[in-house]
Design a binder for this molecule. Structure first.
Ligand SMILES: Nc1ncnc2c1ncn2[C@@H]1O[C@H](COP(=O)(O)OP(=O)(O)OP(=O)(O)O)[C@@H](O)[C@H]1O
Ligand SMILES: O=P(O)(O)OC[C@@]1(O)O[C@H](CO)[C@@H](O)[C@@H]1O
Length: 301
């Protein structure tokens, strides 16, 4: 069974306009509200691919209720913990000539509620996969994912981490099965800006030598690079298509990778291929891609 954890879910308020100008009143030409947060996105795309995934995390207030409702409406298997105070955040996504986002801070999570999450995670069994994805509310310590991984050591649970900065850096020593930084986030870990495949591979291999098993580096429209635990480096260009909205493309890639890995009995090339197609299929849609959209790219690749 796959479980995803979203500490800081959101309502993604996606607005479209031809031109966006800072310091001015901008008028939306189209607006939609989606349930958001990386773990939620991963689980919904897994669901689209018929892979069962339970959604764990914290929701609060009226926005939290709407996140749960929208997740369920989209087939999500929700097991959220409800916080007694605050509201889940609203993340503004502006799609104009380019994409701009303002992500909220999210509510505080008191110790007693963290304990409830820990109790849920304790029930995972050997062979299960746990996806820790996205940021945590600003008031929580940056070792949150590390703490979870520490407690899960030796239990044969595959842990996937899609996060940035310290949250990601601190888990590497605990042998995550998969990490998925994008090119910028990978460079950020080493305080460098990466330009070439060789530079990306060097940094990816460094993360492997520090403990990560598979390092999947997403490169936007340039595709992805996988530094596999089998010692191979896999490189694939992205499928061609018209970019509509890239929000959730990276999460869809994680979902596709896990689905491809599971359905192929652990073939990394297959996992990368389905991951890439899921990422691109989402980038080519208004929101998260359906199975049909992902399979169409897969057949053509
Ligand atoms: N313009 C694009 N054209 C084709 N594929 C794309 C494009 N943008 C993203 N993708 C696909 O989605 C994958 C993930 O994208 P990206 O590298 O932007 O991840 P990310 O930065 O984690 O994304 P996000 O934070 O928006 O979810 C890429 O590897 C690629 O397969
Ligand atoms: O603030 P975080 O947790 O880093 O990212 C949150 C978020 O931007 O990630 C998803 C796309 O990957 C969106 O649904 C959501 O708004």
């Amino acid at each position: 069974m796959i479980y995803t954890v979203t500490f800081n879910p959101s309502l993604d308020y996606v607005v479209r306009m031809k031109h966006f100008e800072t310091g001015a009143i901008n008028r939306a030409e189209q607006e939609t509200i989606y349930p958001g947060g990386k773990g939620i996105n991963v689980a919904l795309v897994l669901g689209n691919l018929h892979i069962p995934a339970r959604i764990l995390g914290f929701t609060a207030g009226f926005t939290g209720q709407e996140i749960v409702r929208l997740c369920k409406e989209n087939g999500g298997d929700c097991d959220f913990i409800t916080l007694d105070q605050g509201n889940s955040r609203i993340n503004l996504k502006i799609s104009a000539a380019d994409e701009t986002a303002v992500n909220g801070m999210g509510p505080d999570i008191p110790e007693a509620k963290l304990q409830l999450l820990w109790e849920k995670i304790q029930t995972l069994k050997a062979g299960d996969t746990l996806v820790l994805a996205g940021s945590i509310p600003a008031v929580l310590p940056g070792d949150m994912y590390e703490d979870i991984m520490k407690r899960l050591q030796g239990r044969q649970i595959r842990v996937v981490v899609d996060a940035t900065g310290d949250l990601l850096r601190n888990v590497i020593a605990y042998h995550p099965f998969l990490i998925k930084p994008n090119q910028f986030e990978l460079g950020e870990l080493f305080s460098v800006i990466l330009h070439t495949d060789e530079e990306i591979i060097t940094c990816g291999k460094r993360l492997q030598s520090m403990g990560a098993r598979n390092v999947l580096v997403s490169l936007g429209e340039a595709g992805a690079l996988l530094i596999g635990e089998d010692g191979q480096v896999y490189r694939r260009a992205a499928p061609q298509g018209k970019m509509v909205n890239s929000v959730g493309a990276g999460d869809s890639m994680v979902a596709g990778f896990l689905a491809g890995y599971e359905s192929s009995g652990g073939n990394l090339e297959e996992a990368l291929k389905l991951g890439l197609c899921a990422g691109s299929a989402t980038a080519f849609q208004e929101w998260l891609a359906t199975e049909q959209e992902i399979r169409a790219l897969y057949e053509a690749l």
